[in-house]
Design a protein around this ligand. Structure first.
Ligand SMILES: [Zn+2]
Length: 151
C-alpha cells in the first residue's frame, strides 16, 4: 500500500483487528521507508443486486425507481417522504439479506404490497393495480372487493 506521506510502496502491518462487529478488518501499517503510520480498512465487496423481471431480463436494483413507484401510489395520501424512504430502505435491506446476486421483481413487488397494505388501503390498491397489471376493470374490482372483504 502506497505510503500517504512519502509514496513508498512497501509497508509492514503492525496491527490487525476486527471492526464494526467483524464486517471490517482494520490494519495499522508502518511505511518501511519513512516509518509513517497509517490505517487501512478491508471489507467484503458486495456485488450489486440484479432484479430479474417477468420477461427474464435483468436490471440493476434501482433504489430511485423503487421509490418513485411507491411515491406514485402514495400520491395525495397521508404518507410522508420519510415513510417512503424508510420503506425503500427496509425492502432493500431485506432483499440484500435474502438474495445473493439476483432477486425476482415479483418478490420486491410483494414486499411493497405487504407494507402498503398495512399503511394505506388506497395506496395499496393503486400499487397493486400497476404491479399486477389487471387485464380489465372486473379483475381490478375483484381485487378491491377481496381487500374490502378481508376487513
Ligand atoms: Zn513513507
Amino acid at each position: 500500500m502506497r505510503c500517504p506521506k512519502c509514496g513508498h510502496l512497501e509497508d509492514k502491518v503492525i496491527d490487525s483487528r476486527l471492526a464494526r462487529s467483524g464486517y471490517v478488518i482494520r490494519r495499522r501499517r508502518s511505511c518501511q521507508q519513512c516509518d509513517n503510520r497509517f490505517t487501512t480498512y478491508e471489507e467484503v465487496v458486495k456485488p450489486s443486486l440484479k432484479v430479474v423481471k417477468r420477461d427474464g431480463r435483468h436490471e440493476e436494483l434501482n433504489r430511485k425507481k423503487l421509490g418513485s413507484g411507491i411515491e406514485r401510489a402514495c400520491e395525495k395520501r397521508p404518507i410522508s417522504m420519510e415513510q417512503i424512504e424508510k420503506m425503500v430502505d427496509g425492502i432493500i435491506e431485506e432483499i440484500e439479506s435474502e438474495f445473493e446476486s439476483e432477486a425476482p421483481s415479483s418478490i420486491i413487488g410483494q414486499k411493497v404490497m405487504d407494507r402498503l397494505e398495512i399503511m394505506d388501503e388506497i395506496a395499496f390498491v393503486r400499487f397493486a393495480s400497476v404491479y399486477r397489471r389487471f387485464k380489465d376493470v372486473n379483475q381490478f374490482m375483484n381485487a378491491v372487493k377481496g381487500i374490502i372483504g378481508q376487513r
